[in-house]
Design a protein around this ligand. Structure first.
Ligand code: HEM
Length: 374
């Protein structure tokens, strides 16, 4: 280890149980969030007579990929899953954020959920102790504007209040736009491509973030996936095909992903941003951006996606109704941290249980990538 590496390690905040601090009224606020989400989800079930996710209901492709952990990672990056340079098959689900199926022309945040298959070691949740999966859930924005359970509850109340009215989209989108503008000022970047404008930037050129913190073995981190190969890197911040948007206002995002992977291979990079200062880079408020000047994102693995049919009927049903992605489907070394993460434990469990029950389709944690239909 050279001197620079030794100095770097000294600066990384070490994980300890004291990193997390329970917030006033956290349990009550968390319960209120989950109960409200569940009420809204029941309304959505009646609308579709099919249960969908409480959030990120609409998928834009279910993809097979390969994660390759880099060789010779320095000690601070060779943590948890990333200790050994190994290849893992993964399943990716692209989505948009609302807990209802909206036309793509109503722009909203996009999700990229990743399920890594073949991960050995006891998992964090008792019910998944022997599972062979590790999930990472990412959204195309560096922070979560409602960064505490208290703020999230305020937004959730608004969603429930406006649920069956045409104002729903405007009210939630309005709150996001305000938060987005505030944050843009904070970042000070005019060209921030992960904007909330309509119809949004190219879904395959976006950069995706955990938004809030996770344990990273002996350290604490946020993680991100960014386009790496030229064919996706060149789409970063670019508009999508206007004719396609005009012709397919309902689901152009799905078509864009499908068309791209008919004949192209894309490579993305997974990276970790380690906490170097718990005051400037808090875990209990996900709305505070961890600045790259304080700690850059450092590459830990590549994610390669080869040509395939990303939206076959069998894939769509498998991704939507058989699988559940959950940040707590993880090794203890990568457990989510902070109150906005803690509330997700019950939120994802409640949403997933209801969906699998109502659709009479038990949740399956795959043990092999061969379970993903073509
Ligand atoms: C902190 C950053 C967050 C990120 C990056 C994130 C990301 C995501 C993504 C990508 C999905 C789609 C997963 C899939 O494709 O199946 C999802 C689903 C979901 N999210 Fe989040 N989310 C965050 C915070 C929250 C919070 C605070 C709540 C609620 C308290 C929440 C509730 C949900 C629920 C209920 C689902 C659906 C789960 C299911 O039915 O399987 N999320 N989230």
């Amino acid at each position: 280890m050279n001197k620079q590496e030794k100095d770097d390690i000294k600066n990384y905040v070490r994980y300890s149980d004291e990193i997390e601090i329970k917030q006033p009224n956290e349990d009550e606020d968390s319960r209120a969030v989950v109960e409200s989400m569940a009420r809204v989800n029941k309304i959505m079930f009646e609308r579709y007579r099919h249960a969908v996710r409480d959030a990120h209901a609409k998928n834009h492709g279910i993809l097979r990929g390969e994660l390759e952990i880099y060789d010779n990672l320095p000690e601070h990056l060779a943590q948890g899953l990333f200790k050994e340079p190994r290849k893992y098959p993964v399943i990716i689900r692209f989505s948009t954020a609302p807990g209802m199926i909206e036309p793509d022309k109503k722009s909203s945040q996009r999700g990229m959920a990743i399920k890594i298959i073949g991960v050995e070691g006891e998992k964090f949740l008792d019910e998944d102790r022997d599972a062979l999966t590790q999930d990472f859930l990412l959204v195309n924005y560096p922070i979560i504007p409602t960064g505490t359970v208290k703020d999230y509850l305020d937004q959730q109340k608004k969603v429930e209040e406006y649920i069956n009215t045409p104002e729903l989209f405007q009210s939630v989108q309005g709150a996001m736009l305000v938060a987005g503008r505030k944050i843009k000022n904070l970042i000070g970047k005019e060209d921030d491509p992960n904007h909330f404008s309509i119809p949004g930037s190219h879904i395959l050129g976006d950069r995706y973030f955990s938004m809030a913190a996770i344990r990273y073995g002996d350290y604490v981190a946020k993680i991100s996936i960014a386009p790496k190969s030229e064919n996706v890197a060149s789409l970063h911040g670019k508009d999508m095909d206007e004719d396609l948007i005009k012709n397919e206002p309902e689901s152009f995002l799905t078509t864009i992903v499908k068309n791209f992977f008919e004949n192209q291979t894309a490579v993305y990079e997974l990276s970790a941003q380690l906490c170097t200062d718990i005051e400037k880079m808090p875990v209990e408020d996900g709305s505070v951006q961890w600045m790259e000047e304080d700690s850059p994102f450092q590459g830990i693995a590549s994610l390669t996606i080869h040509p395939q049919n990303t939206f076959s009927p069998a894939r769509r049903v498998y991704g939507d109704d058989v699988l559940s992605f959950n940040p707590f489907h993880c090794l203890p070394e990568h457990r989510p941290l902070g109150n906005i993460m803690r509330v997700r434990k019950l939120a994802y469990e409640t949403s997933s249980k209801y969906r699998h029950h109502m659709n009479s389709s038990p949740r399956v944690e795959p043990i092999s990538i061969d379970e993903l239909p073509d």
